[in-house]
Structures are given as structure tokens and as C-alpha cells.
Write a protein that binds this ligand. Structure first.
Ligand SMILES: Nc1ncnc2c1ncn2[C@@H]1O[C@H](COP(=O)(O)OP(=O)(O)OP(=O)(O)O)[C@@H](O)[C@H]1O
Length: 352
């Protein structure tokens, strides 16, 4: 596939999606449900942006606003420079041709072959038959399924079905791809393959990708920036490393906790204290605090020994982050001095 297919006439500096104070309310009987609540978000051209949140956070509604399947009830929303608010269905349909979409359940037509599924949006867009055939071949090669053109969806694995979904989504050369829980039905290995393909779509074709997910691993594998949603609001957003190495909200902390061990609390803390009679502290590891090793190596000379009792390290965007829970053993004065020293290089929390 050549870049000519997807290069947009818009300036590279103009953001792909801008939400300003966007609200979406649904009337349910006499009640109003606010699914998206005063959201401000800018998604830059060419980036992979993740929106993460638990069920009911408002992620799918946000996607449906971006692709014009639902209309906003407040604020302003532009996609590729086009203001979506207040537009007629015919105008929205036109804008939607610039947006590709992939789904958790793939949404393939089982009565059509793989090639037939990929060809379908081209038929709808009025391409002539020869051009369609060449384009389908090109797309199936791009997603690594050239040999499956004549198969039917139910002859494919989940990962292969999602590859067909991606080929179909790319057919009319959109500049934005929305992936709504696109790997949630897949096992971890297949998830990694599909995410690699989405990275290829982004890197080789320059297509902006918005990934909606409830899985931290998906965000850390693929995204440049992330927004954390809760109850319709964006509660944190920014560079993936910055958000997850220093989460501010309980929701972001819970997501980080699914990837690495965080400061033990409650029953876990009580159990650790039962097993380890020294002074338990949790220290935070980030790329910036490289002196932790140096401080730990001093501890012996300060009459404090230590055990690492639990912890975990991960890398995000090539940088380390995580937590270690240490048992410090020594007299009270020496331990106080050791903790004070650790506090000069990282965040230290007593395990209570
Ligand atoms: N058409 C609708 N009518 C009424 N309420 C709706 C509608 N669509 C969504 N909601 C409500 O808006 C809130 C956000 O739903 P949404 O589906 O966007 O969340 P989500 O984060 O995508 O969760 P999930 O992953 O479970 O779909 C929920 O409280 C939901 O019940």
C-alpha cells in the first residue's frame, strides 16, 4: 500500500480529534444519564492514543460521538477539522468515510469470503470492479492474509478475523482508525499480534489510531498517550509513562496494579507483616531515581540490612517503573536514617 492512499490534505500540525467540553446525555424514562461529562481531549495526527476505563466509564459512547453515530449534547467536537456537532446524517456519513472502525466481535459477514468482506466498503463507495480487486489484494497482503482470500470468516482464528476487520477498515484509506476493545476477545499471544499490526498501520501508513480498552497491557504495549476515564469524565491524561509511573487517581492506580505490584495495603499488608518482622517500606522505582541501588548498597555500612519481600518492575515506552517492598532490619535509629536517605531519591511509604 502506498502512502498516497492515506496522506491527508490537512496540515500535519492540526490535531486529528479535538473534544472541547463535550457532554453526552441520554434520556432514560424520566432520568438523564450523563455518559460523557465535560470532556476535553486533543488527539494528535499520527499518534496512537488509548482511552482506558472500566465498564460504564463512557468509552464506547465517546467513540460513537467521534464517528458521528451519536450526537453530542454539549460542547464542540472536530474530527479531521470537521465540526461534528449539529450536522445532518448525510454530512456525517461523508465524514465517516475518513474513519475506519474495528470491533471486539469483528463484525464480519459470514456469508461472504474474506475478500468479499474487505471488498464491501469499496463497493459501497462505488469503486469499479478491477480497482476493487487490486485494492483487496493489496490490503490482504498488508495484513498477512493473502492466502485466505477465498476462505469464509468461520474458517479463521480470532486473530485472523481481526486482521480481516483491519483490512476492511483500511479499505477506503481513512486517516483515523478507531479500535473499540479490538483485542478483548483474543488470547494474550494473538492480542500481541493484532497490536503489532495496529502499530504497523500507524507507523507505515501514518494513520492515527484511537484504542479503547479496559486492559492496561494494551495501553502499555501500543499507546503514545492515554486518557483514563471514569463515570464519563477524563480523570487523567498524558504521556503513557508519565500517567502510569505516577498515577494520581484511584482508577489509574488500579490499572497500574494490574501490571505491577503496588504498595501493599489491607490484608496483603497484614500478611506481609506477619511473615516479616522487620520494618516494611515500599519504594517506588522510576527511570528518574537511578540512585536507589547506590542508597541500598550504603545500607549495610549504616547497620541496616534489607530483604526484598515483594515487588515488580515493568517497562513502558522503554523506561522502567514499579515498586519494591523492603524489609529493613536494624535498630530504630539506623532504620530512621536509612529511610531518610531513601526518601532523598524516591518515594517511600511505610507498609501499614
Ligand atoms: N443509548 C444509551 N441509552 C442510555 N444510556 C446509555 C446509552 N449508551 C450508554 N449509556 C450509559 O452511559 C454510560 C457509559 O456507557 P458506555 O457504554 O459508553 O461505557 P463503556 O466505558 O464503553 O463501558 P462498556 O465497556 O461496558 O461498554 C453507562 O452508564 C451506560 O449505561
Amino acid at each position: 500500500m502506498t502512502e498516497d492512499h492515506i496522506v491527508s490534505s490537512r496540515s500535519a500540525a492540526e490535531p486529528m480529534v479535538v473534544l472541547s467540553n463535550v457532554t453526552k446525555e441520554f434520556r432514560v424514562g424520566k432520568k438523564t444519564v450523563t455518559a460523557v461529562d465535560h470532556v476535553d481531549l486533543t488527539i494528535n495526527r499520527g499518534e496512537i492514543f488509548a482511552i482506558i476505563g472500566y465498564s460504564g466509564a463512557g468509552k464506547s459512547t465517546l467513540v460513537r460521538l467521534i464517528n458521528g453515530l451519536e450526537s453530542i449534547t454539549g460542547g464542540s467536537l472536530t474530527v479531521n477539522g470537521f465540526e461534528v456537532a449539529g450536522k445532518r446524517e448525510s454530512q456525517l456519513r461523508e465524514a465517516r468515510t475518513n474513519i475506519g472502525m474495528i470491533f471486539q466481535q469483528f463484525n464480519l459477514m459470514n456469508s461472504r469470503t474474506v475478500a468479499g468482506n474487505v471488498e464491501f466498503p469499496l463497493k459501497v463507495a462505488g469503486w469499479d470492479k478491477n480497482k476493487r480487486a487490486a485494492r483487496v489484494t493489496e490490503l490482504l497482503e498488508f495484513v498477512g492474509l493473502a492466502d485466505k482470500a477465498k476462505n469464509y470468516p468461520d474458517q479463521l482464528s480470532g486473530g485472523q478475523k481481526q486482521r480481516v476487520g483491519i483490512a476492511r477498515a483500511l479499505a477506503t484509506s481513512p486517516s483515523l482508525l478507531l479500535a473499540d476493545e479490538s483485542t478483548s476477545a483474543l488470547d494474550p499471544e494473538t492480542t500481541a499480534e493484532v497490536l503489532d499490526l495496529l502499530k504497523k498501520v500507524n507507523h507505515e501508513l501514518g494513520i492515527t489510531v484511537i484504542v479503547i480498552t479496559h486492559e492496561m497491557d494494551v495501553v502499555s504495549n501500543i499507546a503514545d498517550r492515554v486518557a483514563v476515564m471514569e463515570l464519563g469524565k477524563v480523570v487523567e491524561s498524558g504521556n503513557v509513562y508519565d500517567v502510569f509511573s505516577n498515577p494520581q487517581t484511584a482508577t489509574a492506580k488500579r490499572f497500574v496494579g494490574t501490571a505491577v505490584k503496588t504498595t501493599p495495603v489491607g490484608g496483603e499488608a497484614a500478611e506481609l507483616k506477619e511473615r516479616h518482622r522487620g520494618y516494611l517500606v515500599n519504594i517506588e522505582i522510576t527511570e528518574g531515581n537511578t540512585s536507589i541501588g547506590k542508597v541500598l548498597s550504603y545500607l549495610g555500612s549504616r547497620n541496616v540490612s534489607f530483604n526484598i519481600v515483594q515487588g515488580g518492575l515493568e517497562t513502558l515506552q522503554g523506561k522502567s517503573y514499579g515498586n519494591l517492598t523492603l524489609e529493613l532490619i536494624g535498630d530504630v535509629i539506623s532504620i530512621d536514617a536509612a529511610v531518610a536517605e531513601l526518601k532523598t531519591v524516591t518515594r517511600v511509604q511505610e507498609v501499614r
